[in-house]
Design a protein around this ligand. Structure first.
Ligand code: HEC
Ligand code: HEC
Ligand code: HEC
Ligand code: HEC
Ligand code: HEC
Ligand code: HEC
Ligand code: HEC
Ligand code: HEC
Ligand code: HEC
Ligand code: HEC
Ligand code: HEC
Ligand code: HEC
Ligand code: HEC
Length: 452
């Protein structure tokens, strides 16, 4: 130990004690360490750390050589190493579930300038955009994918992350869902009030589908929308792809969201509108690209006095699989596509999933159908005829009709012609005079004798 060191230290300590008793001690210290010649840059930092502004240099620095400035090396050392230096005055971090690695390692200076900053508050090298600072250690690629999220792209990382520690995984400031709905109030409201909530949204965090920072697909989706849905609904996707009759509605750019809401809905199956409105939004118009356009179903049912049961209940999907199927017209069961198709077991199962299975099985019956003459089953006669069995469409409308029993007024397509049924119902039977044959009557109680 050199004597002049003790002298210098004594002098400093002496001055310090005198100065400490003065009302303007802070000013005095600043003047002593950062003057026009020495450490002038610390004098006019725009956002100074308070002890620096106060000139309390020795809160952090202590002189270790008698000379200052020293010829070689440093004449000062920090009074404590790492975070301990800061914890002299600040509360300790490290008690919460997740502690940010540099904080745990006491590397406060990887983000903070101990003296202050000219760019902004909090001793940070920036006033708002933290991207550059954080990207010193983190891969900035996660912020620069094609579709950016406002707060992340703006570098407002601390809107979502605590920089030091948090009681959530990922240093999140709040529980994952609250974090997102804190800003997205419309979604918070929907989740609180809508009767149907997507289980995926209820049970997983928003990041099951969205990237928080930036994403390769629109709406911050982590993949193209269809792939997002397939992650959990692979069965629907596989079925749609394999289906012999595919639904063109699934292959528009909106994909699944053409019909489904992603988060919540007022309607069953997360449909964006009541089911029939969804379907009729497209099937309520004539102009499809096919050479033979599909019927306008809205026109088909508007004003009709008899709606087929499921339609009355607001459904289309009871009969059509909206995602496609192996059956004609995407029906939910087998149904022949042609005018003639003799009954064989199974081939009319589409209708028979809801109607009596025995409708077509017995030549004679008194219970399975009202379309009979005495006991003679006229459904059997018309449909089960081995040579020229007629499909149900020869007589019935699938959706709606003005005639009772969904009997077809206009009739089915037969080449370029339509065969009307001219059906008239009576209390115990009825009559038809279709384009197929002369007028025939049938009567369940007093059977007509067709031999006469
Ligand atoms: C809150 C603690 C703290 C206070 C108060 C403080 N410093 Fe520092 N200072 C540090 C730390 C920590 C470093 C080391 C920085 C590094 O390693 O990057 C440092 C480094 C320095 C250096 C080395 C060069 C540089 O800028 O990195 C000088 C000179 C310095 N301080 C001067 C002062 C003066 C003069 C004051 C009072 C006006 C002061 N410091 C107040 C913590 C402080
Ligand atoms: C001698 C006491 C002391 C030490 C040591 C100290 N600070 Fe501070 N720090 C303060 C005071 C006082 C404030 C002002 C608090 C306030 O405004 O409420 C402050 C404020 C801050 C702020 C907020 C600045 C702002 O603009 O709001 C940050 C960040 C900070 N300190 C970081 C550090 C870091 C990092 C260290 C260690 C390198 C450290 N402090 C060491 C006393 C200290
Ligand atoms: C990864 C960067 C990073 C590290 C490492 C870091 N901080 Fe911070 N710190 C920040 C940011 C960013 C803010 C501003 C937070 C805000 O604006 O909400 C901040 C704010 C602060 C504040 C002001 C009070 C507050 O919470 O807003 C103090 C005090 C502070 N830090 C102390 C420390 C100490 C002590 C350490 C080391 C143990 C440390 N910081 C390590 C980034 C960091
Ligand atoms: C000095 C380097 C450094 C800086 C600067 C830094 N980080 Fe980190 N950060 C790390 C390390 C190391 C990890 C741990 C990585 C790991 O476990 O794979 C980490 C982890 C994280 C995690 C994940 C925590 C978890 O438990 O999953 C988040 C979030 C994070 N940092 C956010 C930030 C933000 C925001 C900033 C800027 C304010 C930032 N980091 C700046 C080094 C840093
Ligand atoms: C809108 C909220 C939000 C903003 C803003 C935000 N993050 Fe994140 N960040 C998250 C969420 C949520 C996660 C967790 C993702 C998960 O569940 O894996 C995350 C994860 C991370 C991770 C861990 C990544 C990993 O793969 O483990 C890092 C690092 C990170 N964020 C850094 C940042 C940085 C740096 C910024 C600012 C440029 C930022 N974040 C802005 C919400 C946000
Ligand atoms: C700090 C507020 C804030 C937080 C927290 C936040 N967001 Fe955002 N988010 C925004 C803003 C601002 C926009 C842009 C709004 C606009 O353009 O209408 C946005 C837009 C979005 C978009 C639509 C992007 C587009 O292309 O239309 C999605 C999706 C999104 N946020 C999801 C999330 C998720 C998921 C979380 C939680 C990890 C989250 N947000 C947390 C502020 C926030
Ligand atoms: C099951 C996947 C999934 C989950 C989980 C999910 N989203 Fe979405 N989100 C989507 C899809 C798909 C879209 C795009 C919908 C569209 O284009 O019609 C979307 C769109 C958005 C949009 C922009 C459009 C709008 O409706 O305002 C925001 C904001 C959003 N989501 C926020 C959130 C938040 C917050 C959460 C968590 C509470 C969340 N999402 C959970 C799939 C999801
Ligand atoms: C993280 C997994 C996950 C993802 C991703 C996901 N879902 Fe779901 N979804 C579920 C679960 C779980 C259920 C409930 C399943 C059940 O009840 O059988 C569900 C139910 C549904 C239902 C039926 C709702 C009802 O009330 O009947 C529909 C429709 C649906 N999802 C559509 C979608 C669409 C469209 C997407 C893509 C935007 C999607 N899902 C993405 C998990 C997911
Ligand atoms: C044309 C409109 C439409 C499109 C496009 C559509 N759906 Fe559906 N989806 C429906 C209707 C209507 C229902 C309810 C009736 C039913 O259960 O079949 C439904 C039911 C569901 C269900 C619940 C019942 C089940 O079958 O598991 C899931 C899951 C589902 N859809 C997923 C998807 C996915 C994934 C896509 C995109 C590949 C998609 N949907 C595209 C109309 C559609
Ligand atoms: C976004 C428009 C759109 C919506 C919504 C829509 N469809 Fe379609 N649908 C189409 C198109 C386009 C075709 C193919 C028409 C063509 O090729 O002429 C089609 C074909 C059909 C077919 C005939 C399939 C065939 O190839 O024979 C049926 C049946 C059908 N849709 C029923 C429905 C039902 C039921 C719903 C409601 C769950 C629905 N559609 C919703 C656009 C839509
Ligand atoms: C009770 C069962 C049933 C219900 C409910 C039903 N359909 Fe159908 N639909 C059929 C049958 C059967 C066919 C086939 C008719 C044929 O080929 O003769 C068909 C045919 C179609 C076709 C093709 C029409 C054409 O050009 O020949 C479309 C489009 C269609 N339905 C849409 C709908 C829509 C939209 C709804 C709801 C508003 C709906 N269907 C409800 C049974 C039903
Ligand atoms: C998803 C179930 C379902 C399917 C499939 C179905 N129907 Fe129906 N049908 C009903 C319901 C429900 C009613 C009304 C209740 C009743 O009278 O039995 C009804 C009524 C009828 C009626 C009028 C009966 C009456 O007493 O007024 C006829 C005719 C009919 N359906 C024919 C058919 C034909 C033909 C098919 C096949 C192309 C078919 N249905 C497919 C459910 C179905
Ligand atoms: C030749 C015309 C014709 C054909 C073909 C036809 N039906 Fe009918 N169907 C009728 C008549 C007429 C009635 C009304 C009987 C009555 O109430 O007097 C009827 C009634 C019904 C009823 C009401 C219950 C009952 O049996 O009385 C159902 C269900 C039905 N038909 C289903 C079908 C199905 C399914 C097919 C095809 C497999 C079919 N029909 C084919 C003429 C026909």
């Amino acid at each position: 130990m050199k004597p002049d060191f003790y002298f210098v230290r004594g002098l400093i300590l002496g001055c310090f004690m005198v100065v400490a008793c003065l009302p303007f001690s802070a000013v005095a210290m600043v003047e002593s360490c950062s003057t026009a010649d020495c450490h002038a840059d610390l004098n006019d930092i725009e956002f100074s750390h308070m002890p620096v502004a106060d000139g309390d240099c020795t809160a952090c620095h202590e002189q270790v050589t008698e000379q200052h400035p020293a010829q070689t090396g440093s004449s000062f050392q920090l009074v404590e190493a790492g975070a301990k230096l800061c914890y002299q005055c600040h509360d300790k971090y490290g008690r919460k579930l997740t502690v940010h690695a540099p904080v745990a390692e006491g590397d406060c200076l990887s983000c903070h300038d101990p003296h202050g900053s000219n760019q902004g508050p909090k001793l940070l090298p920036t006033d708002h955009d933290l991207t550059a600072l954080c990207s010193n250690c983190h891969d900035s690629a996660m912020f620069t994918e094609a579709f950016g999220h406002g707060p992340a792209v703006a570098g407002a990382c601390t809107q979502c992350h605590n920089p030091h520690e948090a009681n959530q995984l990922g240093l999140l400031a709040k529980a994952p869902q609250q974090l997102c709905t804190g800003c997205h109030a419309d979604i918070a409201e929907g989740l609180a009030n809508a009767p149907i909530i997507h289980t995926a949204v209820k049970d997983s965090s928003c990041t099951a589908c969205h990237n928080p920072h930036s994403a390769p697909a629109a709406k911050l989706l982590s993949q193209e929308i269809e792939a997002v849905c397939m992650e959990c609904h692979g069965d629907v996707g596989r079925k749609a792809k394999k289906a012999k009759v595919k639904h063109a509605a699934l292959y528009r750019p909106e994909k699944c969201s053409t019909c489904h809401a992603a988060h919540f809905s007022q309607h069953a199956a997360l449909l964006a509108q009541p089911e029939q409105d969804v379907c009729l939004s497209c099937h309520g118009q004539d102009d499809y690209s096919r050479s033979k356009p599909l019927k306008n179903i809205a026109k088909d049912i508007a004003g009709k006095s008899h709606l087929h049961g499921p339609l009355q209940d607001g459904q289309c999907s009871a009969c059509h699989d909206p995602h496609g199927s192996d059956n004609t017209r995407m029906l939910t069961g087998p149904y022949p596509a042609s005018f003639y198709h003799p009954y064989t077991t199974g081939c009319y199962d589409f209708c028979l999933q809801c109607h009596d299975k025995n409708l077509l099985r017995f030549e004679q019956t008194t219970i399975y159908t009202d379309f009979r003459n005495g006991k003679q089953n006229l459904h059997y006669l018309h449909v089960a005829n081995k040579y020229k069995g007629r499909s149900c469409r020869a007589c019935h409308e699938p959706h709606a009709a003005n005639l009772e029993k969904l009997m077809s007024e206009e009739g089915a397509d037969f080449g370029d012609w339509k065969i009307p049924t001219r059906f008239v119902k009576t209390a115990t039977g009825g009559s038809c005079s279709p384009g197929c044959h002369q007028t025939f009557e049938y009567d369940r109680e007093n059977p007509v004798d067709y031999q006469k």
